[in-house]
Design a protein around this ligand. Structure first.
Ligand code: PEP
Ligand code: MN
Length: 379
């Protein structure tokens, strides 16, 4: 289902309307219809038009096999208008503020591909690389080591959100060019952070997935701009964000037209003093239950301690995570940021082997390298 013309501005899409449970006649709320898998674009468009002609606020979205939302409608009227339509598979009344992100929009779960690497399938991809791109030599050395350890994607910040303005802020555009070179050499797709809407365009050609950092999860201008592009977004959880706020941030991307969203739990602020943050694995399981989007875990920022990265990565996979993101450095003591939490390349290899064992226990296979080629990358 592809219906660009049926999308409306975000302000309309997210107009407040209370979720409804046990709807009764006359009550107003939201109605959600999962479209029939075989509905054609023309059928969907004509359904949307006929609903609008009846004065209903209808919008169709390319989520899963297609989803239609009716906002702020009388639910009995919406049910009557949608039930029995050939283009509609089933109708529900979502009782949450996030709608397109709801698991019942895509009950089997969405698979999001980054440069061909699937997230949300039986495979478990590992994203690895330095906190920041520091130099040509550093990123190429780490990229080669990351590829030979068997990771599927390369991470590395070119623009760094640092707590102190005196800390290393990243190599910026030069950093991106170096990541691009590392991709050419290793074949690993690139995941890197974007901090402002104005940087999306210059970064676009050099990035396979745009990372939204924890500090920017509620930067709604950034989310709206990323909703408008056709590249996947790795949405890190704000370290003080509730699960609902996290899923509503994802909803901005989905409602604005970008359905390629991967969630990443990276630790929340609690009272821990010996770890950098508190890894909230219950919320990973909760997010997996509540949404169809893939959920991955970053145990590096969550713990801030190299020796805790592997145990938390293993626990994350056991809890149902769809992938792992870890920081790796060839010389952690000299790293310009986050050296204390960086694995050495040999430790990354060891972690991949351990993940395979835990993955097998929960029916997942660690993806080795960036491609799924008839199992060739799998051990
Ligand atoms: C990062 O992954 O590079 C990063 C800065 O992490 P976070 O946004 O989770 O702090
Ligand atoms: Mn870091």
């Amino acid at each position: 289902m592809s219906t660009d013309a049926t999308r409306s501005p975000l302000s309309v899409v997210l107009a407040p309307s209370p979720g409804v449970r046990n709807a009764q006649e006359g009550q107003r709320g939201v109605a959600m219809a999962v479209l029939a898998a075989d509905a054609t674009e023309r059928e969907v468009r004509s359904l949307v038009e006929s609903l609008r002609t009846r004065g209903l606020d209808a919008n169709a979205y390319e989520v899963g096999q297609g989803v239609l939302l009716l906002h702020d409608v009388r639910v009995d009227e919406a049910e009557e208008a949608l039930t029995g339509q050939p283009a509609v598979e089933r109708v529900s009344l979502p009782g949450t503020r996030y709608r397109l992100a709801r698991r019942d929009a895509v009950p089997s779960g969405s698979v999001v591909r980054v440069g061909g690497v699937p997230f949300g399938s039986e495979y478990l991809p590992v994203i690895a690389g330095p906190c920041a791109v520091e130099s040509r030599d550093q990123i190429l050395t780490i990229a080669r080591a990351t590829a030979s350890a068997g990771a599927s994607l390369l991470r590395g910040g070119a623009f760094k959100p640092r707590t102190s303005p005196y800390d290393f802020q990243g190599l910026e555009l030069l950093g991106l060019e170096l990541l691009d070179e590392a991709r050419d050499i290793t074949g690993l797709p690139i995941v890197t952070e974007v901090m402002s809407p104005g940087m999306i365009e210059p970064m676009y050609g050099m990035v396979d997935a745009f990372q939204v950092g924890s500090r920017n999860m509620q930067n709604y201008e950034l989310l709206k701009a990323l909703a408008d592009i056709d590249k996947p977004v790795l949405l890190k959880r704000g370290f003080a964000a509730t699960v609902d706020e996290w899923l509503l941030a994802a909803e901005y991307l989905l409602a604005g037209g970008n359905e390629a969203v991967i969630l990443c739990e990276r630790g929340i602020r609690a009272f821990a003093q010996r770890t950098r943050f508190t890894l909230d694995l219950a919320s990973v399981a909760l997010a997996k239950r509540e949404t169809h989007l893939p959920v991955i875990v970053d145990p590096s920022h969550a713990t801030g301690d190299r020796s805790l990265v592997a145990p938390m990565a293993l626990a994350a996979v056991a809890a149902g995570a769809d992938g792992i993101m870890v920081e790796v450095h060839n010389d952690p003591r000299r790293a310009l940021s986050d050296g204390q939490q960086a694995l050495r390349p040999a430790e990354l290899s060891e972690l991949l082997d351990q993940l395979e064992d835990v993955g097998a226990a929960v029916g997942r296979r660690v993806l080795r390298g960036p491609l799924v080629l008839g199992g060739a990358q799998l051990r």
